[in-house]
Design a protein around this ligand. Structure first.
Ligand SMILES: *Cc1c(COP(=O)(O)O)cnc(C)c1O
Length: 459
């Protein structure tokens, strides 16, 4: 059969002009930002691939839902709409709205982590681990080894290593473990999915020992597509069926609506345990807001209810992941070192292989993100040593993966934007030996990657 092109299942109704900058202007902007792409002004950015968090384009249905916001302090109609959609799509008995994912992570960690307990996870996410540690917990990585190998083609690099988990249970016992933190489409591993088989086995092992499992459902829909496409036996399952089956294995979830759910702000905590939900609502009213709005306006909840329904439509999720893979394939064809297999929400450049002449303490991924911005105004993000921060004893952590993330916002950019991005990265790759390492000149105490400042190490 002849190759047929595919295209997005939507068309553009409104446009937002982008700023075009000169190399000189970008140099000035980068200096002012201390070589940290988080500190750039968005006006100075051409194609913004910093994150897919809260950067999605809403549909006309979502925008019209905004106008139906019921801004009552208590009992907003939109709360009940959102509750019913969450219940239908994700399952779980109790729904607790929060302003975004970390609001849910804070509440869950405060309630379920006792000081000194381990919190095993399939790799970590920055805010998730931060809240676990803030509550006195100790994060321990139980992801499969393949996840740390950017060249492994293993299709389910998000999987939990059951032997690592078993060892932890043997040495610490049930009381030493708060819960298992299970992430789908693991962000820090490059958007890599877990298989359903692994999710089932992991949850069975935990539950056998009385250990709860809380899902980070932020990118569960993306994970569901990979299960459908890669895991034998799931070809005929629908995306909603797979999402539900993942959630049904677990005891609750934290959710950032800013990713899968196609909204600019929002999140929730969902639980099966009524007593725990009651305690969560007690914390919610202190830190977020009343139980029928959490941190969200009525209109935000309305837009999220529509967004969740759109997020599980198969043409949508195929187009979303398809665009990521289009960019990834262009880079692979040019020989640029990227994490494989291609993930669900972005492309990860392997900065350690891209810039082998830089030592890890010269922050190669940070330097590469700066070089790409200088070349084209494309904004990316460091996901390596700067993001990993320091261990509780103060030593810098140098994770195995030193990556630059190109995250694709949902329904925002066109194929031509992906082409411009690929061409810029290929150009930077051809001139990679000219890129200098960086020295950190300002280091915030917590989540340092957001605000750290750097200077080039001039040889
Ligand atoms: C974004 C994200 C979070 C945190 O959610 P926020 O809405 O940004 O607070 C947690 N886990 C994962 C995997 C995420 O991608």
């Amino acid at each position: 059969m002849k190759q047929r092109s595919w295209a997005e299942p939507w068309k553009v109704k409104m446009v937002e002009p982008l700023t075009m900058t000169s190399p000189r202007e970008r140099r000035v902007a980068l200096d002012a930002a201390g070589f940290n792409t988080f500190l750039l002004r968005s006006e100075d950015v051409y194609i913004d691939l910093l994150t897919d968090s809260g950067t999605s384009a809403m549909s006309d249905r979502q925008w019209s839902a905004l106008m139906r916001g019921d801004e009552a302090y208590a009992g907003s109609r939109n709360y009940y709409e959102l509750e019913s959609v969450v219940h239908e799509v994700y399952g779980y008995r109790e729904f607790i709205p929060t302003h975004q994912g970390r609001g849910a992570e804070f509440i869950l960690s405060q309630l379920q982590v006792k000081p000194g307990q381990w919190v095993p996870g399939n790799m970590y996410f920055t805010t998730t681990r931060y809240h676990q540690e803030l509550a006195g917990g100790r994060f321990i990585d139980v992801i499969v080894d393949e996840a740390h190998d950017s060249e492994s083609e293993f299709p389910f690099k998000g999987n939990v290593d059951l032997a690592k988990l078993q060892r932890l249970i043997d040495t610490s016992g049930r009381k030493g473990i708060a819960y298992l933190s299970l992430e789908t489409n693991v962000n820090m591993a490059g958007g890599q999915p877990c298989s359903m088989e692994n999710i089932r086995a992991t949850c069975a092992l935990c539950h056998h020992h009385g250990i709860p499992v809380y899902l980070d459902a932020t990118r569960c829909v993306e994970n569901a597509l990979f299960v459908k496409c890669r895991e034998p036996g799931f070809e005929q399952h629908t995306i909603p069926q797979i999402v539900r089956e993942i959630c049904d294995q677990t005891d609750g979830c934290t959710m950032s609506g800013k990713k899968d759910s196609l909204v600019n702000i929002g999140g929730f905590l969902a639980l099966n345990d009524l007593t725990l939900a009651e305690e969560a609502r007690n914390l919610l009213v202190c830190h977020e807001g009343l139980q029928t709005y959490g941190g969200m306006a009525g209109r935000d909840m309305a837009a999220m209810a529509v967004g969740i329904r759109e997020s599980i439509e198969e043409p949508h999720i195929r187009a979303r992941v398809g665009q990521v893979h289009y960019l990834g394939q262009r880079l692979l064809d040019a020989g640029v070192p990227i994490v494989r297999p291609l993930g669900g929400h972005g492309i990860y450049l392997d900065a350690a292989r891209f810039l082998p002449h830089l030592a890890r303490c010269e922050y190669p991924a940070q330097a590469l993100a700066a070089a790409i911005y200088l070349d084209s105004g494309v904004r990316t993000m460091e996901r390596g040593a700067v993001s990993a921060g320091r261990s509780p004893d103060g030593a810098e952590i140098f994770p195995k993966l030193e990556l630059v993330r190109l995250t694709i916002p949902r329904r925002v950019y066109t194929q031509a934007h992906m082409d411009v991005t690929a061409e810029s990265i290929i150009e930077v790759f051809e001139h990679r030996s000219e890129i200098q390492g960086l020295r950190m000149v300002h280091e915030p105490k917590r989540l340092r990657f957001f605000q750290a400042r750097f200077e080039p190490i001039v040889a």
